[in-house]
Write a protein that binds this ligand. Structure first.
Ligand SMILES: [Zn+2]
Length: 337
C-alpha cells in the first residue's frame, strides 16, 4: 500500500472514531461473561447494520457470534473482534486506580471492550476503501464470543465459517504499538477427577484410599516429567477440589486441572498422553480411580510473515499513537507518585 493510500484509509478511520469510541464505552458498561455476551453482541450487530454490512447471526450455531460482510469477489479479509468480560474485574471508567462499580462484578480485562469495536472500525474503513476505489475484495468482521477462555473460535473453525477466508487479522492492546510476531502455543485444558474411599484418618486410616494423595503424587510425577519435555512446552496445574477441608477425613474425591501447552498439536498430544499415564500411575499407587475430562483445546496460532512485514511498514508510516486532550490528564494522574 502506498503512503497516499494508507493515509486515505487512516482518514476513513478518523472520520468515524467518535461512533466507535462510543461503542467500546457501551461495551465497557455492560460486561458480560463468555457465551453470555447477548447485549454486547447485539451492540456489534447494530453497528454492522448501521455501517451497511450483510449480516449472518448466530454463526456456527453460537447465539452470541455474528459475522458482517461487505464487498464483492476478490480475496476475503477477516478482521476478528471479541467482547466478553471476566468475573471480578468490575471497574469504574476513566480512572487509573482500582474502583469497582459492583464489588465482585464482571469487568473488561486489558482493554477487551476495545477489541470488537476497534476491529469493526477497521472493517468499516476497509469496506469504504474498497467502495471508493472500486476494488474487488470482501471484508468481514467476525464477532467472536468467549475470548476469555471458552475457545469459541475453535468451534467456529470446526463449523467451517473461516474456510474461504484468505487472511484473518486480530489485535490486542499492549504496552507497545507494533506487529506482534504471534506466539500462541497449542493448549489443552483437562480435569483429572480422582475417586477413593473415605474413612476416619485417625481411627481407621488403613480403610481409606485418598484421592488427594493421588493428586499430590500426580503433581510430583508431572514435575519430574518437566525435565524431559521440550523447553518450549508449558504445563501448569491448580487443585480445584481438595475433597474437603477436614484433615481427619480421608478425602474420597479430589480434582486437579491441568493446562498443557506446546508448539503444535502433535507435540501437545504427545505430552497429554504422558500426563495421562502419570495420572493412571498415581491412581494405581493409591488404589483410587481417575477419570479425565477435556475442558477445552486450541491449536497454535500460525503467523503470516509477509503480511506482518507489510502491516509493520504501514504502521511505521503512521507513527506512534498520539494522546488526546481527554487522555493526557489521565496519563499525568496515573504517573503521579
Ligand atoms: Zn487480554
Amino acid at each position: 500500500m502506498s503512503a497516499k493510500n494508507s493515509s486515505h484509509i487512516w482518514d476513513l478511520v478518523e472520520a468515524k472514531r467518535e461512533a466507535f469510541f462510543a461503542l467500546s464505552d457501551r461495551i465497557w458498561e455492560m460486561p458480560e461473561l463468555n457465551y453470555e455476551e447477548y447485549q454486547s453482541s447485539a451492540e456489534h450487530t447494530a453497528m454492522l447494520e448501521q455501517q451497511g454490512f450483510r449480516i449472518a447471526r448466530g454463526v456456527a450455531g453460537i447465539p452470541t457470534a455474528v459475522m458482517g460482510e461487505a464487498g464483492e469477489g476478490g480475496p476475503v479479509i477477516a478482521i476478528l473482534g471479541e467482547y466478553d468480560a471476566l468475573p471480578g474485574l468490575s471497574q469504574e471508567a476513566g480512572i487509573a486506580e482500582q474502583k469497582p462499580v459492583n464489588a465482585g462484578g464482571n469487568g473488561h480485562g486489558c482493554g477487551h471492550n476495545l477489541l470488537g469495536s476497534g476491529s469493526l472500525m477497521a472493517a468499516t474503513a476497509v469496506k469504504e476503501y474498497l467502495e471508493v476505489h472500486g476494488l474487488k475484495g470482501r471484508v468481514r468482521y467476525y464477532g467472536c464470543p468467549a475470548e476469555e477462555g471458552g475457545s469459541a473460535k475453535g468451534f467456529m473453525v470446526r463449523a467451517g465459517v473461516f474456510d474461504d477466508v484468505d487472511v484473518a487479522i486480530s489485535w490486542h492492546p499492549a504496552a507497545f504499538a507494533g506487529i506482534n510476531n504471534p506466539i500462541s502455543l497449542a493448549c489443552n485444558e483437562i480435569n483429572f477427577h480422582f475417586s477413593g474411599r473415605s474413612s476416619h484418618a485417625a481411627a481407621s486410616p488403613h480403610l481409606g484410599r485418598s484421592a488427594l494423595d493421588a493428586v499430590e503424587l500426580m503433581n510430583v510425577g508431572v514435575n519430574y516429567m518437566r525435565e524431559h519435555m521440550p523447553s518450549t512446552a508449558r504445563i501448569h496445574y491448580a487443585v480445584t477440589d481438595t475433597g474437603g477441608s477436614a484433615p481427619n477425613v480421608v478425602q474420597a474425591r479430589a480434582t486437579v486441572r491441568y493446562l498443557i501447552r506446546a508448539r503444535d498439536l502433535p507435540e501437545m498430544q504427545g505430552l497429554l498422553r504422558r500426563v495421562q499415564k502419570i495420572a493412571e500411575g498415581a491412581a494405581l499407587m493409591t488404589e483410587t480411580t481417575v477419570r479425565s475430562e477435556i475442558v477445552s483445546g486450541d491449536a497454535n496460532l500460525i503467523g503470516n510473515t509477509p503480511l506482518e512485514q507489510l502491516m509493520h511498514q504501514n504502521l511505521e508510516r503512521l507513527g506512534p499513537p498520539y494522546s488526546t486532550n481527554e487522555t493526557k490528564p489521565l496519563l499525568r494522574k496515573s504517573r503521579r507518585p
